[in-house]
Ligand binder design. Structure first.
Ligand SMILES: [Zn+2]
Ligand SMILES: [Zn+2]
Length: 83
């Protein structure tokens, strides 16, 4: 079964319904204020932030740091992987 990832925190799962039914530590509304969301893009060797273009080797790495060009304001949110 293909791997799937949460677009907010990069957690890996092989089960989409399991992924999207558990709480996300890095949900944009706050830690555990919502569920993981399925990253719709394909598995890549490098992920690029859709706001600022920062690259990282994993979604977990990318989303662990805050984004200077976040739409809510500089460092008001985390990098988000482009599809
Ligand atoms: Zn998550
Ligand atoms: Zn960014």
């Amino acid at each position: 079964m293909a791997n799937c990832y949460c677009e907010y925190c990069g957690i890996k799962s092989t089960n989409v319904s399991g992924l999207t039914s558990s709480s996300c530590m890095r949900h944009p509304n706050g830690a555990n204020r919502g569920k993981h969301a399925l990253y719709q893009g394909s598995e890549k060797s490098q992920y690029t932030c859709k706001y600022c273009g920062t690259r990282s080797s994993s979604i977990a790495n990318l989303t662990s740091s805050s984004c200077m060009r976040h739409p809510n304001g500089a460092n008001k949110g985390h990098h988000a992987p482009a599809l």
